[in-house]
Design a protein around this ligand. Structure first.
Ligand SMILES: [Cu+2]
Length: 127
């Protein structure tokens, strides 16, 4: 039997992993190759920070950590900042969109605050 995460969690994990992938891929390929504004510290650092926190948020949700809502709150902030930076720099559509979607999803997750990731799992089902 497969362990089932709630749909909300699974969606948020998917958005985080998508954003993580997009940030690393764009930073390490698109931005590095384009150079100029794309490798300015503020932008590049945000790309890396965003990738990092998205991966971490996904891991926290996958692990069932009760701290996931706090990581998601931070993740949404970093994603917003990265999306904004991408918009300013330009030619960063994919990343901007991934960041915006992830920010929205994480904010929702943080707000719904579904205190525990365990609630709809069935694993802790009463005896
Ligand atoms: Cu860039």
């Amino acid at each position: 039997m497969q362990y089932q995460l709630s749909q909300d969690l699974q969606n948020c994990i998917d958005e985080c992993l998508q954003c993580y992938q997009t940030c690393v891929r764009e930073a390490m390929n698109h931005c590095l190759e384009k150079g100029g504004k794309h490798v300015e510290p503020t932008h590049f650092r945000l790309m890396m920070s965003c990738a990092e926190i998205c991966q971490t948020a996904a891991n926290f949700m996958l692990s069932g950590s009760d701290f996931h809502t706090r990581i998601c709150t931070a993740c949404a902030e970093v994603c917003d900042a990265c999306a904004q930076s991408c918009e300013q720099v330009g030619e960063m559509e994919d990343c901007m969109q991934a960041c915006r979607r992830c920010a929205q999803s994480c904010r929702q997750m943080a707000r719904s605050g579904s205190g525990s990731t365990q609630q709809s799992s069935g694993v802790n089902a009463p005896m």
